[in-house]
Write a protein that binds this ligand. Structure first.
Ligand SMILES: Cc1ncc(COP(=O)(O)O)c(C=O)c1O
Length: 406
């Protein structure tokens, strides 16, 4: 499609919000559809007394093996959840509860947890809840590239630290933490390490053994699987104890009860296999498109790239279009004016409010810069034509806004 063709005026905005969610891959949708109706694999995977149940169980276990293979885990280490939010809650509250139950009742101090200040709300909110229950919490400040350094973590560890939770890839910036170096500090002290890898799995190589993590959260809809399914990797070891947060039947080896959704499990499993087979080529192509986008807009006035340009995932580009009130675009006007692009102003979960992103503020941006920032995220189905269209649209919009604001 050329930009001058009648189709050039895209009926829908160009989708550049793959970090918020990805469409289900057609192959994945086809496999899922086989697990819904009477002719298909619809039964309860926990039904042990007939062939329908056995077949559903086989499909769920096959999917578990596909997901385990993507992250280098043993199949028995994958616990199905509804997504990364639930996986994070299970990891954090589950470990904290198990830790508390080991303490004597007259011990007033419950113990210490370390996280970063720029974790997703799906970590920060359960952590705030645990703090209300009496656990002590340290929130690490990142570098101005959005990275947590081993030195930073080392300084925060205490004798009573029992859990560290640090994300692999930041969802707003794309910056990547060196999880292996960070978890190594915890291993030597017997501290459990949880990693929210919702933005990493399916996009960069993730191997739980190599990263040396105890717990790792995964989300299906970030890598072309369905929404409503994810998993928690739980290392098989006597040291890793988690208390269930959902009770009712003892599914998932007593860690997470509830009838498994065969179609969702099959969907994430298929998505995992697809991701594994195309990881390197796909990421190379996506990085080229992300770079093309940045090159096409980087000479606009007052523009700045946020995060790290080297330690980053290929799909995310976070850009500020202003540096103070008098110089640059008004953030709200910019988002409203870029009607032909579907992008995010910070984290998707924050986009309902226009309060400046806590992630951007933590890496040193002022309110104006943070509010005039956009996250563009490129994915599997993004085309060169779409990026060229986005460049033209951004350039025209910013130029017009700057002219009218003078
Ligand atoms: C880093 C991170 N953690 C957790 C989540 C929540 O994942 P889910 O939508 O699967 O609950 C997201 C989703 O945006 C994320 O980016």
């Amino acid at each position: 499609m050329t930009l001058n063709s009648p189709q050039a005026s895209f009926r829908k905005p160009v989708y550049l919000d793959y970090a918020a969610s990805t469409p289900v891959a057609p192959q994945v949708a086809a496999k899922m559809a086989e697990c819904l109706t009477r002719e298909g694999n619809f039964a309860n995977p926990a039904s042990r007394s007939h062939v329908f149940g056995w077949q559903a169980e086989e499909a769920v276990e096959n999917a578990r093996a596909q997901l385990a293979a993507l992250v280098g885990a043993d199949t028995r280490e994958i616990v199905w959840t509804s997504g990364a939010t639930e996986a994070n809650n299970l990891a954090l509250k589950g470990v904290a509860e198990a830790h508390r139950s080991q303490k004597s009742t007259n011990d007033e101090k419950l113990g210490h947890i370390v996280v970063s200040a720029i974790e997703h709300k799906a970590v920060l909110d359960p952590i705030a809840w645990l703090e209300e229950q009496g656990f002590s919490v340290t929130r690490l400040q990142p570098t101005n590239e959005g990275i947590i350094t081993p030195e930073n973590l080392q300084d925060a560890l205490r004798d009573d630290t029992f859990l560290v939770s640090l994300m692999q890839v930041n969802n707003e910036l794309g910056s990547i933490n060196d999880i292996k170096a960070l978890s190594a500090l915890c291993k030597t002290r017997g501290i459990l390490f949880h990693c929210d890898a919702a933005q990493g799995v399916g996009k960069i190589a993730v191997n739980v053994k190599d990263l040396n993590v105890d717990l790792l959260s995964i989300s299906g809809h970030k890598f072309y699987g369905p929404k409503g399914i994810g998993a928690l990797y739980v290392r098989r070891s006597g040291d890793v104890k988690i208390a269930a947060q959902i009770h009712g039947g003892g599914h998932e080896r007593n860690m997470r009860s509830g009838t498994l959704a065969t179609h969702q499990c099959v969907g994430i499993g298929e998505a995992a296999e697809l991701a594994q087979s195309s990881l390197d080529d796909e990421q190379r192509r996506i990085a080229e498109l992300r770079d093309l986008l940045w090159q096409g807009i980087s000479d606009l006035p007052n523009i700045k790239r946020n995060g790290s340009s080297s330690q980053t995932v290929s799909g995310i580009l976070n850009v500020s279009f202003a540096n103070d009130v008098s110089q640059g675009c008004d953030g709200e006007m910019l988002l409203l004016s870029l009607r032909d692009l579907a992008v995010s102003s910070g984290s998707a979960c924050n986009s309902a409010s226009m309060s400046p992103s806590y992630v951007l503020k933590a890496i040193g941006l002022n309110d104006v810069e943070a509010q005039a920032s956009l996250r563009f995220s490129v994915g599997r189905y993004t085309t060169r034509e779409e990026i060229e269209f986005a460049i033209e649209h951004i350039r025209a919009t910013v130029t017009k806004l700057l002219r009218t604001q003078i």
